[in-house]
Design a protein around this ligand. Structure first.
Ligand code: BT5
Length: 323
């Protein structure tokens, strides 16, 4: 923790704390305390200074600030939590840190991205009002075991949102949908591996919290979580959900998460078409679940196909289960 974090932690008490007490407790001068308080104010913290009683933390900012997310985390998997207001892509930042040797659990967050990416080079619209984060995982997995990581993360996001009372579900493989049928969040998993060892996995999550003022034309995405829900609490809840799901996946494999994943699978029993990355149709039929490796089970004429990767399109909306 930096000194500024120490000052912030000391201010998180119910009531005013004098500059002198803070200085003594942290072993710094009163001028240094004042400097850190001003830096916190610049970040959007409202800190009153009352003569005779001291500093009082009145309001924490809504913007996504690493210290605020870190302070709310229950899981001890994540940290350090880094980042700033704007960046190109948190996945790019996190991959750079991974190559420089950053530890498992490192998180990069941003309030907006100028070059947010989806899978296969697609664009991820990243205006202010969303959560954009990437987490570094150094798992004890073989490269062939890694693919269900993305599904596990999607499940973790849904469970994390559930802890905030927000209803969402997964659309295989790793989209998060809300009950209006729009895409609330997406997951981009990138990895570096040798033949017999995963060196690192960067898990990127983009999630819409407030509806952007000027949404990209034609984008069918969902947002507008409960009014008052802040990006900070969503980021912390999602990271906590992810840490539980990832830990379970690492320890027991996707088989241990399969049932939970199927329970929130919004396309369960839907008639679908699955296409590969070139647009070729690889399966048509009814979704009956996923297997222990996260492959989608599509049934047609009594035969079950296992699809490892692809894009799902609904053929008939009528029997899709809403989350
Ligand atoms: C994804 O890709 O869903 C993965 C998105 C991951 C974004 C995060 S943000 C933090 C980290 N840093 C990055 O640069 N990326 C990660 P895909 O399944 O390919 O979906 C992309 C498609 O979703 C686009 O082609 C649009 O149709 C749609 N889309 C774009 N922006 C969206 C948004 N904000 N909300 C919902 N849908 C969106």
């Amino acid at each position: 923790m930096s000194r500024r974090d120490d000052v912030l932690a000391a201010l998180r008490v119910d009531g005013p704390v004098s500059g002198e007490t803070l200085a003594r407790r942290l072993g710094v001068s009163r001028a240094a305390v004042a400097k850190h308080v001003n830096a916190l104010r610049d970040l959007g913290y409202v800190i009153d200074a009352e003569a005779g009683s001291g500093y009082w933390l009145r309001e924490v900012p809504d913007a996504l600030i690493p210290e605020e997310v870190a302070a709310r985390l229950m899981s001890d998997r994540w940290g350090p939590v880094t980042g700033s207001g704007e960046t190109g892509s948190t996945n790019e930042d996190c991959k750079r840190l991974a190559r420089e040797g950053a530890p498992d659990g490192t998180v990069v967050i941003a309030s907006r991205q100028t070059a947010g990416r989806g899978r296969l080079g697609r664009v991820w619209d990243s205006p202010e009002g969303g959560v954009y984060l990437s987490a570094l995982v150094r798992p004890a997995l073989l490269p062939a075991q890694a693919p269900p990581m993305a599904l596990s993360v999607a499940l973790g996001i849904v469970e994390g949102l559930g802890a905030l009372g927000i209803d969402a579900g997964v659309k295989w493989p790793n989209d998060v949908w809300t009950s209006d049928g729009g895409k609330l969040a997406g997951v981009l998993v990138e990895m570096s591996a040798e033949t017999d060892r995963v060196e690192w996995i960067v898990v990127g999550v983009g999630l819409n919290v407030a509806r952007p003022k000027n949404p990209t034309e034609g984008a069918a995405y969902s947002s507008d979580l409960r009014p008052g829900t802040t990006p900070t609490e969503v980021a912390a809840a999602v990271l906590d959900g992810m840490s539980r799901a990832i830990a379970r996946f690492e320890a027991e494999g996707f088989a241990a998460l399969r049932e939970a994943y199927e329970r929130v699978l919004v396309i369960a029993r839907a008639d679908v078409k699955v296409s590969d990355m070139h647009g070729r149709v690889v399966a048509v039929g009814k979704v009956v679940g996923v297997d222990d490796f996260g492959r989608l089970l599509v049934e047609r004429d009594g035969e079950t196909l296992r699809v490892a990767a692809g894009e799902v399109t609904l053929r008939d909306d009528s029997d899709r289960r809403r989350p």
